[in-house]
Design a protein around this ligand. Structure first.
Ligand SMILES: Cc1cc2nc3c(=O)[nH]c(=O)nc-3n(C[C@H](O)[C@H](O)[C@H](O)COP(=O)(O)OP(=O)(O)OC[C@H]3O[C@@H](n4cnc5c(N)ncnc54)[C@H](O)[C@@H]3O)c2cc1C
Length: 598
């Protein structure tokens, strides 16, 4: 059976030695000192390791079941959910006015990583509730907030996000679900939604569905979509549960992974709903917290990479095959552990370098969200808005790739169920698809974010990298060569790609859009390169100060070198692909794609 250990040491390093959180002036950060974050992370780590991780294979094997309209979660899920809820873990960054703990999003992200690594399908129940909580918190009337938020914060009630319909996922302008106004101010909601995560289940008393629908006078397309609160049980004036609403789960999807999470067909049959926010402004309301939601999915991606890596490492240390070509390491054993082999090491280093870089990048992103939401910092908002598609797209692509690398470390054992690796691969795969496919993330990045506010955010990014290099150059030749030179070169590739889009995108948008995916990856590499430079610098400072923990700090620097020398050069390949333009991509007529058949 696979195991999971919370990476608290690495998290503490990123929070305090790299991001220096307690010294940032974001409201609420002063209390994030080492002792406080250590206490939170250690406790969360225990829940992840002892309660959630053992249920991960159970959820995968059993899945959810639907009987007479009732969805049952796998054995043990409800008790675990009660433990998480009663421990206050679902309320960490929620508003104290509604029973939350008011902690920064950064700390809840760190906890979210642990819970996702331990059991992604399970953690999605609370994740979806949190998304719905955010939308009501941002757009609800006082009455709506008082009615729904306290029970959602305590997770006595769940929440869902209903966008997708059978004929539309990416192009939500096509939705058909209807909302008809009633004399009492409510609406009758009719339509079918599909693939709704946590749409129905047995762990909460009520489920607050947020549903996108169109009013009778709605303009065409996305400008005509409104958002509605549609509770499973209507709520009485005194807050008690009233009659059952006219909505039901019409089926559960059988799917590749995240079997422990109920993915539901939801039927709304003239169900009672309440407008959330303004009419026809539903998309805006649904996506208010888009940066946070997408960062959450990027986090899921590398979190699966982390747990897969941990198990690959354990296997590589135990499994005996072949001998070290440079000399036998375990003479009393029939063979050496496979970790001695350079190809296995390459595999493990690639995994380690990605997950640790991804964690630093995500925590930085979460701190930008806090700076905006808690500190009203507009520049932070522009930066995270630019980086969000990179965090979502790059980290989930690479997170999935990491689970496959980890699976490979186990040889045949990676393919069979007993070792649990194939579950990590299957579970990670969805992160590249939902919350906007990664292709759509790259279009958002190149088509929208680059040019937003006259390109202010991307210019600020380049300035930041340049300033970092300037401030840190010339002190340590070795650091300059290993970290700053590759970062400079990668950043130049990114600028050249941006320039290519500016010069050629106008001529034909296909030139920009056929290169957008490579651009997203190029950008992701530069971000991880920056993070590794910062981590290596912090590790070096720790070593120079004789802080102890030498093995950890030296490993940091060595892993950073690996990223800079073996991953960052990928930026040149991505640039070359971008500069090749759209000609070959668009060369065939649609029917020619099938020309080799028959
Ligand atoms: C397990 C699971 C859970 C989910 N949970 C939820 C949920 O809780 N709530 C919810 O509302 N939805 C949910 N979804 C739906 C999910 O968000 C959509 O599947 C996703 O957004 C993609 O939409 P689609 O599947 O309709 O693909 P399509 O929109 O049909 O796209 C198909 C392909 O075409 C590409 N494409 C489409 N349009 C363009 C374009 N203009 N330019 C370039 N490429 C394009 C896409 O990138 C994709 O590769 C879930 C899906 C799954 C499988």
């Amino acid at each position: 059976m696979p195991s999971y250990t919370a990476p608290t040491r690495d998290m503490q390093f990123i929070l305090h030695d790299v991001l220096n959180v307690a010294e940032q002036d974001t409201p609420g950060y002063a209390e994030l000192d080492r002792d406080f974050t250590s206490a939170v992370l250690e406790e969360a780590g225990k829940i992840a390791t002892e309660v959630l991780a053992p249920l991960n294979p159970v959820g995968d094997r059993e899945g959810c079941t639907l009987e007479n309209g009732v969805v049952r979660t796998p054995k043990g899920f409800k008790a675990a959910f009660d433990t998480v809820r009663e421990g206050g873990w679902t309320a960490l960054d929620c508003d104290p006015d509604y029973g939350g703990q008011g902690l920064p999003y950064l700390i809840s992200s760190a906890v979210g990583e642990m819970f996702s690594s331990a059991n992604m399908a399970f953690n999605m129940y609370q994740g979806l509730t949190h998304g719905a909580y955010n939308a009501i918190h941002a757009h609800g009337s006082d009455d709506q907030k008082q009615t729904y938020l306290p029970k959602m914060v305590s997770s006595e009630w769940g929440g869902t996000m209903n966008l997708t319909e059978p004929h539309c996922g990416t192009d939500l302008g096509l939705i058909r679900t209807k909302a008809v106004p009633q004399d009492d101010g409510s609406y009758r909601i009719t339509g079918q939604k599909i693939w709704i995560s946590s749409g129905e289940h047995d762990m909460v008393d009520n489920i607050i569905h947020l549903v996108l629908a169109k009013l009778p006078d709605a303009p065409e397309g996305v400008k005509g979509i409104s958002l509605f609160i549609v509770p499973k049980f209507l709520v009485n004036e005194d807050g008690s549960l009233g009659e059952r609403n006219a909505l039901s789960c019409g089926g559960l999807e059988e799917k590749m992974g995240i079997h422990g999470n109920a993915t539901c067909v939801m039927n709304y049959d003239s169900a009672t709903g309440y407008l959330l926010g303004e009419p026809h402004k539903g998309m805006r309301a649904m996506f208010t917290m888009m940066n946070e939601a997408r960062l959450g999915v990027g986090l899921q991606g590398y979190a699966q990479g982390e747990v897969a890596y941990q198990n690959a490492l354990a296997f590589a240390t135990d499994r005996l095959q072949g001998r070290d070509v440079t000399g036998t390491q375990a003479p009393d054993q029939p063979a050496d552990p496979i970790i001695v082999h350079p190809d296995v090491r390459r595999n493990l280093m690639d995994q380690k370098a990605f997950v640790e870089g991804a964690r630093a990048f995500t925590f930085w992103g979460a701190s930008l969200i806090d700076a905006h939401v808690r500190g009203d910092d507009e520049e932070a908002e522009q930066m995270i808005s630019l980086l969000t598609p990179v965090i979502k797209g790059f980290l989930t692509d690479k997170g999935f790739e990491t689970t496959v690398l980890a699976q490979q470390t186990l040889g045949g054992s990676g393919f069979v169920r007993e070792w649990g690796m194939e579950q990590f691969v299957r579970d990670a795969r969805i992160t590249m698809i939902y919350e906007g496919t990664n292709g759509i993330q790259s279009l958002d990045l190149v088509g929208r974010k680059l040019a937003q506010n006259g390109g202010k955010a991307i210019m600020a990014f380049f300035d930041m990298v340049k300033a970092y290099i300037k401030d840190n150059a010339g002190r340590d030749e070795d650091f300059d060569k290993a970290f700053l030179d590759p970062l400079k070169s990668a950043s130049k590739d990114l600028q050249a790609a941006g320039m290519y889009f500016m010069q050629n995108g106008m001529k034909s948008p296909n030139n920009a859009l056929s290169g957008s995916y490579d651009f997203m990856h190029l950008f992701g590499h530069v971000c991880l390169g920056l993070m590794w430079a910062r981590m290596a610098r912090a590790a070096k400072a720790g070593l120079d100060a004789g802080e102890g923990d030498t093995a950890f700090l030296e490993a940091k620097i060595a892993t950073g070198r690996h990223y800079m020398s073996r991953h960052l050069p990928m930026t040149a390949t991505h640039l070359a692909r971008i500069e090749a333009g759209a000609d070959t991509v668009m060369a065939l007529e649609p029917e020619q794609f099938a020309s080799a058949a028959g």
